[in-house]
Write a protein of this length. Structure first.
Length: 136
């Protein structure tokens, strides 16, 4: 949030302060403006947390020679704010909602050799493009 937005929220709640007061508060408490480190907000859902914990607990049972890695990247969330405020020395982590923007996804599957990259304008197609879930 910008200083003006913090000031507006305080005014909405009945506290009239100047921007300088808001700035001095942040300085006094060591809260600085910094770039966010984004993570998917889905990671915070209880069902996803359980699935992630299950995955971590069972990794030792995996057979490395049978693993297939799917490397994936995409472009989006360009309208999400890149900066916020938090205590000095701490990383700012905030979730970025996926939204309905057009997204370009790049995926690459690999096990013992590179099979080539695939491109899709829809993330949900990546699973089928890489053969995931097909028993391959």
């Amino acid at each position: 949030m910008t200083l003006v937005e913090v000031q507006a929220r305080l005014i909405e709640r009945g506290t009239s302060v100047g921007i300088g007061t808001v700035h001095r508060f942040f300085v006094r408490h060591g809260i600085t403006r910094k770039k966010k480190t984004g993570h998917a907000i889905e990671q915070d859902r209880p069902d996803v947390l359980r699935q992630r914990q299950h995955w971590f607990d069972n990794q030792l049972d995996l057979e490395p020679e049978r693993l297939v890695f799917i490397e994936e990247t995409w472009t989006a969330t360009n309208m999400t704010r890149s900066h916020g405020r938090c205590p000095k020395g701490e990383r700012l982590r905030m979730g970025f909602p996926h939204g309905h923007r057009k997204t370009t996804t790049l995926a690459h599957d690999r096990h013992d050799r590179a099979d080539g990259a695939r491109r899709s304008d829809q993330r949900r197609l990546v699973r089928s493009l890489c053969g995931a879930g097909s028993g391959a």
